[in-house]
Design a protein around this ligand. Sequence first.
Ligand code: FES
Length: 172
Amino acid sequence: MNIVEQSREITPINFPKLNTELWRYRDEPGRLIPLLQSAQETYGYISETTIKYISGVTRIPESEIYSVITFYKQFRLRPLGKYLIRLCDGTACHVNNAKTLKEIVEDELQLEGNDTTEDGLFTLEMVACLGCCSLAPVIMVNDQTYGRLTPQKLRKTLRKYQKQEKTEAKSQ
Ligand code: FES
């Protein structure tokens, strides 16, 4: 697919910010990271099409773009799940067993090294502080905060969302 065809896929209409930045910064060194941030901000992740498009405009090889994306943890190659689980590993949560909670999330959701479940429902993101340290250890699921978590409470919380999803799926 040539650059014209690619630019039709991500048109200035549905992707105005990235387009503006792409063409403005296409010849500047060090432009790739802000461009990728902009793409992710717009789409929630960086798709193959986006990578091809950025590569076409900037002339940075796709392989180089992939290396940058996989090097920096902030970038995602898959869309965010319906439920974004933010698990805090800031100091207060860290000393209150955040590591164990992370293992429980990975186990319950069978993440197997990925940050998003196969069905695209859950994404796990580690964060530095959720701003409610007195409730440590804390997670957020979308906008809902769950504090003073124990392994049991965490499993129960995750299962509640899984059950909710199953019920919704059945009713459709
Ligand atoms: S360290 Fe976890 S909420 Fe602040």
